[in-house]
Design a protein around this ligand. Structure first.
Ligand SMILES: N[C@@H](CCC(=O)N[C@@H](CS)C(=O)NCC(=O)O)C(=O)O
Length: 320
């Protein structure tokens, strides 16, 4: 992580934990918003007007949070408006690195080798982890926002008429229900799998494990008479659930010890994953090689770095 803008090698994925051994995720620290006219958004300051070619998105294909933003960028047809860099799948001793691993790109905008260079460029005193995703402003040479939930909403409506595509990912009428679902799916499942995987006590692990499978059961029931989570249409709630489900059998079931059942054992969730994957553009954002290589490179959980060959995922072909 960075300490006052300098890289500190004293890094460990389970470093942040509470006194019960529970994994704690760092809160995001850049919270400005791109808006059609540059007015301030719900948090942060103004001055970030939507303009073609001004903003750049940094992602890791292993990362579910970054993948949310990648899907939203594609569905809102912002690929020509917001450019993209993809880091290599394995976290190095200096965090995310740009390179030539297949499916990765160099940093054509800032010429950085490591993601942390962008954080210290944006804030020379930054202390914290250099996480993805990052939305970068080329004009002001700084990070606009590093919170995926915000970036998804910015891509949905902050770019005004520069965005197109048939989706409204956060329709006003559905917002309360979307927020309600997000608020229960995030702690129990999206972050719950990490809390199981990075727990350092049996109690913390079991607590997270139970939450994960209770939520999967609840969602399996919820989807009995619905194609999507809210309002019969794809919304951000689906994007946020999908990125976790699509990684589950290949990464969380084994490495994070979430092994009571697979998604493949939940017929409705399995069909739901396939339904979302069939939406044009979504499949191209999923790269299972990056996902497996990335998760299984976490040394604290897998010291040998050996990447399992399975499981077979017939419903998913690499396309990214
Ligand atoms: N709140 C952030 C979380 C992002 C996050 O935790 N990203 C992870 C990858 S999945 C990361 O970059 N970790 C690097 C590190 O912790 O050093 C968001 O949703 O955007």
């Amino acid at each position: 992580m960075l300490v006052k803008g300098k890289w500190s090698a004293d890094w460990h994925p389970v470093q942040a934990k509470d006194e019960q051994g529970r994994f704690l995720r760092q809160t995001s620290s850049f919270r400005n918003w791109v808006t059609p006219d540059g007015a301030p958004g719900p948090t942060g300051e103004g001055g970030f007007k939507a303009e073609p070619g001004r903003y750049h998105l940094y992602v890791a294909l292993i990362c579910p949070w970054a993948s949310r933003t990648l899907i939203a960028r594609r569905l809102k047809r912002l690929e020509d408006i917001v450019s993209l860099s993809v880091v290599e799948p394995a976290l190095t001793d200096q965090g995310w690195r740009f390179g030539d691993y297949p499916g990765s790109t160099p940093d054509a905008i800032n010429g950085a080798t490591y993601m942390h260079e962008l954080y210290s460029r944006a804030d020379p005193d930054f202390t914290g982890r250099a996480t993805v995703p990052v939305l970068w402003d080329r004009q002001r040479g700084t990070i606009v926002n590093n919170e995926s939930a915000d970036i998804v909403r910015m891509f949905n409506s902050g770019f005004g008429t520069l965005a197109s595509g048939a989706f409204d990912l956060y329709p006003k009428a559905l917002a309360p229900e979307i927020d309600r679902i997000n608020d229960s799916v995030y702690p129990a499942l999206n972050n719950g799998v990490y809390r199981a995987g990075f727990a350092t006590t049996q109690k913390a692990y079991e607590e997270a494990f139970r939450g994960v499978f209770a939520m999967l059961g609840e969602l399996e029931r919820h989807l009995a008479d619905r194609a999507f989570l809210v309002g019969g249409q794809l919304t951000e709630a689906d994007i946020r659930l999908f990125v976790t489900l699509v990684r589950f059998d290949a990464a969380y079931h084994g490495l994070f010890k979430c092994n009571l059942r697979r998604i493949a054992d939940h017929p409705r969730l399995q069909a739901y994953v396939e339904r979302v994957l069939a939406i044009p553009g979504v499949r191209e954002t999923v790269n299972m090689d990056h996902v497996k290589r990335g998760y299984y490179s976490i040394k604290a959980l897998n010291p040998t770095g050996i990447v399992p060959v399975g499981p077979e995922l017939p419903w998913l072909k690499d396309a990214a």
